[in-house]
Design a binder for this molecule. Sequence first.
Ligand code: KDO
Length: 331
Amino acid sequence: MPEKFTRRAVMAAIAATPLLGGATAALAQEKILLRMSTPATQTDFRSQGLEKIFAPAVADFATYEPHYNDTLFKQGTELVAIARGNLEMSITSAQELAKLIPEWSIFTAGYLMRGPEHQRKVFAGDIGKEMYQLVEDKLGVKLLCVNYFGTRQLNLRGDKMIMKPEDLKGVKLRMPGTDAWQFLGRALGADPVPLAFTEVYTALQTGAIDGQDNPLPTDKDKKFYEVTDQIVLTSHLADMNFIAFSKTVWDKLSADQQTTLQKAADDACVSISDAIVENEAQLVDFFKGQGLKVYEPDVEAFRTRVQKMYLESDFSKDWPEGLLDRINAVE
Ligand code: KDO
């Protein structure tokens, strides 16, 4: 029977509206919201891999919501945000993990990882299992997978040739703002300056810093070549990232959803690593085409100094017994 157009019926309908709205919203919210915070741009290979591979694969039960360029959480604060239940995902690094879990500083050491294959194998085996478990136990954060982020090279203003660590004396080299990164800058022979990733372009442009280090694909994505003059192929860190995920959210997923989400992340990490390897191989020509000088220094001189400084550092005291040898032994 149609409702009568009486004042009473209209008032009853209005009163019912928020309830209906609430019910509809509740249905839509059955999907889990996965907010991902990163300082990276949307065009970054990791961002693209997550958007194109991870997000659609989990879309049946989760809504992936990325936040780029530090707009949700500041660089380096994401892991604590996940641990406190304020964020669901981030793209993290060994350097950020080492801030909270000192054993992880082993993976911040320059000239340790030998490249993408070495990284993949280290984390696919027992070492990965043990070190991921440590993060889960101590932080309540699940590391879903590792991706190759490219090999870090020096990218400088000016035309002073840098052939050995001594040539970096007095060079204001921007490094991200954690102890592990600052130490790497010193180990290379430079004067490290802590600065957020999102502020590097302007600092290079104004001359507030003399240079920065990042993998070549990142130098291209952030257009650092517009405001620098040279790339020194020190290859000091085969860099990597990890997809960090809230353990609390993970535990709420069904077993099937966990399997789907893990596979989605694994597929994304493989695709990101492949894309970065392929892109990296083409970039020396690109930067030369942009007028930059690109050259190899005395890499052995850098390697010797950096490895010695790490072994003698306080960081190495926290490295789990025998882990360095085990990492080196992975073929
Ligand atoms: C950077 O700040 O130089 C760095 O490359 C460090 C990486 O560990 C990573 O955090 C990265 O920034 C960000 O994801 C932005 O690309």
